[in-house]
Design a protein around this ligand. Structure first.
Ligand code: UGA
Length: 438
């Protein structure tokens, strides 16, 4: 099927490339001319394992092309995915400007085409961006304002994890589609036929809610285990043992039970805040979600509290921070706990040297120049008073800790991701502080 995907961020690019890989003919559209020019050459603007290989392969097979305007491709395609950003506004609401801009362009272009050709084929507009319940209706209204022909707006939320997005797309736990139109359902079935995974068809509003509810539930798991971790420290338990024991219960499940310095990224913080906003606008007090958000922001302060317990005042203390990305396997630093912690450290006068295997460049753009970012982990550690692990990159666990001990002024490690084997690290003579590990 010929399909357009509007937006070439993480979601749009992965969706476009993977749909091309399974046999569809895709045009990815973005208004950023430079980005499109680079993509045409197969240059990917993000670090996402496996994505560049897929993109290059499908470009070569003429299954994926790029354009700077939806107007150029709309008449050719049967379906249009909207995968543009919905950033959080200051009041926490999702900013739908970009989604509505696309809707307007679809409406205007369909109308112009219809009057030129005196007919227009049935189109399905698929919303992949994370949007409040009711947005599909609004998008429908915008398009209908301009175009009087037949079309359907479908909700199809994405559940991709950065760093694992290609795999998540190819082998999803489920594909959720919200539509009440039989015709649109048939087209969606055809689009996803080559992708294995359970297909769930719901009403549009339910589908929109599934996305927010899923992210809110995952963050609830994280904040819950972080609270348990804090309590573990007080009662002398080890949260790693506790979460392992809990996770074996199939009703609980072992994933998303890793205690640490809290969740970050471009989705969880934004989506939880937006869901809280949605509840508020309906006059509903979502107490649990509010607590999840509060626990998460408190958790980031853990590192500062621990360091202050050890050193008293942090002024002029040299702290090495390993990890800048919001999690491993990505170069993304949006809402990263590490960045927040570095800002808190410099805010109390500490001097920070930091290293990340992939996110150094992105971090440099947002951190002030006083923070030294190094291309080598040992360089960051050299002559520091303490080492903080802020991102769960597995390679940090394989560093040479004998060497690290000689490089640090004091053998102090704050493991914000419980990444290290505490027994071994302590045997090496380190003063080790994990999260929830008495
Ligand atoms: C998340 C969801 O996992 C995806 O299903 C969803 O599609 C995506 O948001 C989205 O809405 O677009 P992502 O933000 O890529 O994906 O990252 P996750 O792997 O979920 O991690 C999010 C944060 O939670 C990271 O900061 C990570 O360090 C933290 N985390 C995760 C924990 O602190 N503990 C855990 O046990 C798991």
């Amino acid at each position: 099927m010929k399909i357009a995907v509007v937006g070439t961020g993480y979601v749009g690019l992965v969706t476009g490339a993977c749909l091309a890989k399974v046999g569809h003919t895709i045009t990815c559209v973005d208004i950023d001319k430079n980005k499109i020019a680079r993509l045409k050459k197969g240059i990917i603007p993000i670090y996402e394992p496996g994505l560049d290989k897929v993109v290059k392969e499908v470009i070569k097979k003429n299954k994926l092309s790029f354009d700077i305007s939806l107007k150029n491709v709309l008449s050719e395609v049967q379906a249009v995915f909207i995968a543009v950003g919905t950033p959080a506004r200051k009041d926490g609401k999702a900013d739908l400007k970009y989604v509505f801009d696309v809707a307007k362009e679809v409406g205007e272009t369909l109308a112009a085409e219809a009057s030129r050709r005196r007919r227009q084929d049935y189109k399905v507009i698929i919303n992949k961006s994370t949007v409040p319940v009711g947005t599909a209706k609004e998008v429908t209204n915008i398009i209908a304002k301009y175009y009087k022909g037949e079309f359907a707006v479908v909700s199809n939320p994405e559940f991709l994890k950065e760093g694992y997005a290609v795999d998540d797309f190819m082998k999803p736990d489920r594909i959720v589609v919200g539509t009440s139109s039989k015709k649109a359902k048939k087209i969606m079935q055809e689009i996803y036929k080559p992708v294995k995974g359970k297909k769930v068809f719901t009403e549009v509003q339910s589908s929109e809610m599934i996305k927010y509810a899923s992210n809110a539930f995952l963050t609830t798991k994280i904040s819950f285990i972080n609270e348990i971790a804090n309590l573990c420290e007080l009662v002398g338990a080890d949260v790693k043992e506790v979460s392992f024991g809990m996770g074996l219960d199939k009703r609980i499940g072992k994933s998303f039970l890793n205690a640490g310095i809290g969740y970050g990224g471009s989705c969880f913080p934004k989506d939880t805040t937006a869901l809280n906003q949605i509840a508020g606008t309906k006059g509903y007090d979502f107490k649990l979600l509010k607590a999840v958000i509060e626990v998460n922001s408190k958790q980031r302060k853990y590192v500062i509290d621990k360091l202050e317990q050890v050193f008293g005042n942090l002024k002029n203390k040299r702290i090495a921070v390993l990890g800048l990305a919001f999690k491993n396997n990505t170069d993304d630093v949006r809402e990263s706990a590490s960045i927040d912690i570095i800002r808190m450290l410099t805010g109390v006068g500490a001097r920070v040297k930091a290293y990340d295997p992939k996110a150094n460049d992105n971090a440099k753009e947002i951190l002030n120049s006083g923070v030294k970012i190094t291309n080598d982990p040992y360089e960051a550690i050299k002559n520091s008073d303490a080492l903080v692990i802020a991102t769960e990159w597995p390679e940090f666990a394989n560093l040479d800790f004998d060497k690290i001990k000689t490089l640090l002024k004091k053998p102090i490690i704050i493991d914000g991701r419980n990444l290290l084997n505490s027994v071994i690290i302590k045997k090496l003579g380190f003063q080790y502080y994990g999260i929830g590990r008495a």
